[in-house]
Write a protein that binds this ligand. Sequence first.
Ligand SMILES: O=P(O)(O)OC[C@H]1O[C@H](O)[C@H](O)[C@@H](O)[C@@H]1O
Length: 304
Amino acid sequence: MNHSGGESDHNRKLVQVTKDKNGIDLVVLRNPRGASATVSLHGGQVLSWKTDRGEELLFSSSKAVFSPPKPVRGGIPICFPQFGNRGTLEQHGFARNKTWVIDQNPPPLSADSNGKVCIDLLLKPSEDDMKIWPHSFEFRLKVCLTVDGRLILISRIRNINGKPFSFSFAFHTYLSISDISEVRLEGLETLDYLDNLCQKERFTEQGDSLTFESEVDRVYLDSCDMVAVLDHEKKQTFVIRKEGLPDVVVWNPWEKKSKSIVDFGDEEYKQMLCVDGAAVGNPITLKPGEEWTGRLELSIVPST
Ligand SMILES: O=P(O)(O)OC[C@H]1O[C@H](O)[C@H](O)[C@@H](O)[C@@H]1O
């Protein structure tokens, strides 16, 4: 296995493959200070990201189901090749419901492995996938934990088809927060967004920063490459950096909608906010042989 953090025994201990209670492979990354990240091969989905004090930073529903054919409610589901219902495929595309494999020999990525503990996963379309989305691709996902506890996800999608294809994409990131009334989202001021609650109509953000008092389901277009989620109660800020991902999806189902989602626990909507690095309003088109890279980096910093 290529651990990308070096081949020493020390680094091997930092990447462990175990099985969950359904027999699905889980990859646990640990940094030398004790922070960790867990990635399931079901969906290639990051399920957990913890600080060196063991504090969980990603939300997972108490009612989450961790086995196919359902995607897991929480962590960082991968929406590909379709986001939401914007196309003919199942909601959010098929990638989050597929079994990924560990990529033993990934093509190198420039300057992205030093000092990190990483795992490389691979998804290729099955014959059934090709029937509903007839485009051959290789999807490589690299998940890394840095020495200072940052979580980095890098998606590389290559067109190995004879013809161009287009797709939309999101790292559907469920952040764990103290309470939705305590958070503020900065970095989306003055941007245009598509509002899923108004038939995807386009509006312009007017506020200085976003606070939340009701359901929100928006795609902010062409955002800058950094947004921040300030959690006043935890006195902690999530910093979200992205590259190759033009849009930001913001979602919280609020009370009424969350009650109709079977794998959402009571009142749990208060403890989560999805803030995704995405290419949704700006889908990606790849010509034969071309590759697209999307990078998401999550970190936390103390705040007042
Ligand atoms: O329930 P899921 O299929 O996981 O989707 C959860 C949510 O994902 C995105 O945020 C969409 O914009 C929402 O409309 C959707 O409700």
